[in-house]
Ligand binder design. Sequence first.
Ligand SMILES: N[C@@H](CCC(=O)N[C@@H](CS)C(=O)NCC(=O)O)C(=O)O
Length: 207
Amino acid sequence: MIDLYTWSTPNGRKASIMLEECELPYRVTTVNIGAGEQFKPDFLAINPNNRIPAIVDPEGPDGKPLKLFESGAILIYLSEKTGGKFMPKAPRAKYIALQWLMFQMGGVGPMFGQAHHFMRAKKDEIPYGSERYGTESKRLYGVLEKRLSEAEYLADEYTIADIATYPWVARHEWHRVELAMFPAVKRWYDRVGARPAVVRGMAVPSA
Ligand SMILES: N[C@@H](CCC(=O)N[C@@H](CS)C(=O)NCC(=O)O)C(=O)O
């Protein structure tokens, strides 16, 4: 059974959605990042970068336990562990999926995350930060909109790139984006959000 260390945030939910999609049994340990639990020595032994998500698979690729952090690495690992689920087999399509996964990891996640920080986390909103990351978030929605008006999913089919991006778009109100302004993103959001595994993964952790 895979151990998932997570909290109720978009990065954590990428991992829980993927575990649900792959039908892999897993056990959830909550790491309350608001209470500083990510800095506890037990968790730092799993992720020295004090961030969720992290997993421990008692049966890694060599049969030995594998500790893994960084949500993108976790998605690729779980895909490969399950024989390539949610990753196209054909090389061209595979690199397109990886391209959009990296777009999420390097763009969508960090920029939306900064927008949340400046727009919500701080008691006194700092207009420069809200403006900068709000504008950048909207620019990224524009890139998603263009792609999703040409294709049903970010890659040629439903892949780990969609799994990585969905929980961030689910926080659109937090970064003050009106989904109605991005109709192709909205259609994709509804399509992905209707998947039973996505619904289950988004409900982790349950309390
Ligand atoms: N690049 C990392 C980012 C992980 C991340 O930033 N996680 C946040 C929650 S969404 C966290 O654990 N923050 C705790 C902290 O900043 O101390 C990944 O994709 O796994």
